[in-house]
Design a protein around this ligand. Structure first.
Ligand code: FES
Ligand SMILES: [Fe+2]
Length: 402
């Protein structure tokens, strides 16, 4: 455990089961359906930042596994989330990743009009509905919470307490980075779809053991210092400190020369790239120049969308802008490298020769993540695949049996 961190981290046990989740859980449609309801839709998901919706009428959309949300800033300045689902016949009331409504939300199908707070102003041709209780047709609200400017939502109630409670150990760090004041970088959304199960993406991202071989630029930047840390609850933390060596690669060398810490960063964040993970599948990655979040949004048992958004300091200097550009170049190489590893890992799950993982102590993050999944979807503890049709029943019985 690193003594200079301001939060408690968990020691890695000396004796633990080094196998991961069984391979069949990476391509089972029945497991995917259970993950949808027990892992994704009922846990907090990050969808953006207040700076993505600065003015009344500004909106962001967020789709996940058949559910669709719109996050809207109201005339009163408050940010709310609703199901992006017209109460007339279910059309999307806004279309696209991000946009602006002038004064009202007008459904593009038949023109029902909603106020920016989600209440129904009125249907088109109201006389054609006879008696109608308008207040029964407001857009349906979705639970929303803001943590240091980041907007989280949860489609359905679940086992996690508030984001503020879950992320409490990171409170001081997010404050030190002034996360609340960052600004959205123009065209901040990026998106890549990969032909893999979402767990294979997370398995690669949840450990730094592969950095030395797979990520030459990152290794050069901070590989000598990089460490993953598990915390109690739903969170984890990783950090690599850079600057002790100039670096041979152009982007690393220029980055190390250019990067400057913003004033007031505490010692444990100085000259560091830090990663704050939140279950089930999201990471907030800070550098001295800004922050991005990235997450995996599962599309099916065999298809996953990698996406995220990037933010900069409100008063960005030319030097910070250049460093941010260089950091993004390093990141671009890193994600291409990770994507290949993810594909190989996921492919192996279908080979009859695959005997499962044998994890290093440096990969304990995978084990923690798998443990959290096994607690929510206990049928994943079975090493042999049950009949697909039986999986929901077996899982329900295992949950009841404690
Ligand atoms: S579905 Fe929205 S007005 Fe008809
Ligand atoms: Fe990686």
């Amino acid at each position: 455990m690193s003594l200079d961190l301001p939060f408690a981290t968990l020691p890695t046990p000396t004796d633990w089961d080094r196998g991961g989740l069984p391979a069949w859980t990476y391509h089972s449609d029945a497991i995917f359906a259970l993950e949808r309801d027990h892992v994704f839709l009922n846990h907090w998901q990050v969808a953006g930042h207040l700076s993505d919706v600065p003015a009344p009428g500004d909106w962001l959309s967020f789709d996940l596994l058949g559910e669709r949300a719109v996050i809207m800033r109201g005339q009163d300045g408050l940010v709310r989330a609703f199901h992006n689902l017209c109460r007339h016949r279910g059309a999307r009331v806004v279309d696209g990743p991000q946009g602006q409504c002038r004064g009202a939300i007008v459904c593009p199908f038949h023109g029902w009009v909603y106020n920016l707070d989600g209440t129904l102003r009125g249907p088109a041709r109201p006389e054609s509905f006879g008696e109608m209780a308008r207040d029964e047709f407001h857009l349906k609200p979705i639970e929303l919470e803001v943590f240091h400017g980041f907007i989280f939502l949860r489609f359905f109630p679940g086992p996690q307490p508030s984001v503020a409670q879950v992320m409490a150990p990171f409170d001081a760090d997010f404050a030190a980075y002034r996360a609340e004041a960052v600004l959205s970088v123009g065209a901040a959304t990026w998106m890549t779809d990969l032909p893999v199960n979402w767990k294979s993406v997370r398995d690669v991202d949840n450990e730094g053991y592969h950095v030395a071989l797979a990520h030459p630029s990152l290794q050069e930047l901070y590989g000598r210092d990089y460490r993953d840390h598990q915390l109690a609850g739903w969170i984890n933390f990783s950090r690599g400190v850079f600057g002790d060596k100039p670096g041979r690669r152009w982007s690393v060398r220029e980055y190390v020369k250019t990067s400057e810490d913003p004033p007031g960063l505490p010692p444990h964040l100085a000259k560091a790239w830090t990663y704050y993970g939140l279950f089930p599948a999201m990471v907030f990655a800070f550098t001295p120049e800004g922050v991005q979040f990235y997450h995996e949004l599962p599309l099916s048992a065999t298809q996953t969308r990698l996406t995220g958004r990037q933010y900069r300091h409100a008063e960005e200097t030319r030097k910070q802008r250049l460093a941010r550009y260089l950091a993004a170049r390093i990141d671009r190489d890193t994600s291409a490298e990770d994507q290949q590893l993810t594909i190989w890992s996921n492919e192996s799950m279908k080979s009859q020769a695959f005997d499962g993982f044998h994890l290093s102590d440096l990969e304990y993050g995978l084990r923690s993540h798998h443990d959290a999944l096994r607690a929510l979807v206990p049928v994943m503890t079975l090493s042999a695949p049950p009949n697909e049709a039986e999986i929901p029943r077996i899982n329900a019985e295992m949950l009841c049996g404690g």
